[in-house]
Design a protein around this ligand. Structure first.
Ligand SMILES: Cc1cc2nc3c(=O)[nH]c(=O)nc-3n(C[C@H](O)[C@H](O)[C@H](O)COP(=O)(O)OP(=O)(O)OC[C@H]3O[C@@H](n4cnc5c(N)ncnc54)[C@H](O)[C@@H]3O)c2cc1C
Length: 275
């Protein structure tokens, strides 16, 4: 058995190392730059791979599902752990916004897997060097340039501290001042609820939750966040959760380790001033 790993996050390599320990197979690492589904399939063929894995990111979700279709292989998304059960490769994945954990297998133990990076540790240093994916063009589509947006903060899914803002942050400038300001004071990343994204207060790539990113930082500060089940699905595994909310009955306080019943427009500038 041989696995191709699209190494968009280092934790996917940990998944591959565990996969190899369970299956006795080997794995090849592909660099994510310029990856396309066609390119991944071509690389799998040239490297003799029968399974494919990558991170559950926007890119991974997009490419891996397409590749699974091209390969006619089963896809298991949001893998949380790998184990051997009855001598078979068995994976755990969440269902119903993380309320149920399902143990699943594919036919013949081959498949396409998207992996939740937050559920895996950083890899052992013995990981092989990544190889380049051959350039493939999608019919009818010409790539003119690829520009990565400049990040002034840590990547949301990898950050050790995440400060998230909800609807009461009101507008993009206030979000940046309060949520961005507190994140910068703590060296962390910013996140947002879907309500804040829908109201164009925060960009889509900052959304945390069931239909956004899944994070598990050491510290998660939820500011003006109600704590809907869809938001909790993306952050409930954070090690320490701090909630700031004017409503003492807000559901976020049920999972918070520390709670502050306060207005974010007053409390956050005070917090930033003290840091
Ligand atoms: C299929 C589906 C998928 C979804 N996926 C996601 C997802 O991935 N991520 C996500 O976040 N949501 C998701 N949602 C939306 C989710 O249900 C909630 O609507 C959303 O999370 C609410 O965002 P919010 O907490 O910012 O807003 P609100 O629900 O409006 O809550 C705002 C909170 O701020 C408090 N507050 C108000 N003013 C202040 C103030 N000045 N200071 C402090 N606190 C204040 C209020 O008491 C309240 O608790 C999804 C919904 C559906 C149906």
């Amino acid at each position: 058995m041989r696995l191709l790993v699209l190494a968009e996050t280092p934790q996917v390599i940990s998944f591959a190392q565990q996969w190899a320990a369970v299956t006795g197979g080997s794995f090849v690492v592909a660099a994510p730059e310029g990856a396309t589904a066609d390119g991944l399939v071509a690389l799998m063929k040239s490297e003799g791979c029968d399974s494919l894995a990558g991170a559950s990111t926007s890119l991974g979700r997009d490419l891996l599902a397409r590749a699974a279709g091209l390969l006619n292989l089963s896809m298991i998304s949001d893998v949380l752990s790998v184990e051997s059960r009855d001598g078979r490769l068995t994976l755990t994945r969440p269902m119903y916004a993380g309320n149920v954990l399902a143990r699943v297998r594919t036919l013949g133990d081959v498949g396409v897997y998207s992996v939740r990076s937050a559920a895996f540790a950083l890899p052992e240093p013995s990981a092989p060097e990544p190889i380049q994916i051959p350039t493939h063009t999608t019919p009818g589509c010409e790539v003119l340039s690829l520009d990565a947006p400049k990040q002034k903060r840590p990547e949301l899914a990898q950050a050790r501290v995440v400060v998230s803002g909800g609807r009461p942050t009101r507008d993009a400038a206030t979000f940046e001042k309060l949520i961005g300001g507190l994140a910068d004071a703590l060296g962390g990343a910013t996140g947002a609820t879907r309500a804040a994204v829908d109201a164009e207060i925060a960009p889509n790539e900052l959304q945390v939750g069931q239909t956004g990113k899944v994070v598990a930082p050491d510290l998660y500060i939820a500011a003006g966040v109600s704590g809907s089940i869809q938001h909790l699905a993306g952050m409930k595994d954070s090690k320490v959760i701090v909630a700031i909310n004017t409503d003492p009955d807000a559901p976020i306080f049920e999972i918070a380790d520390y709670g502050l019943v306060a207005d974010i427009h007053q409390a956050i500038p005070e917090l930033i001033g003290k840091l």
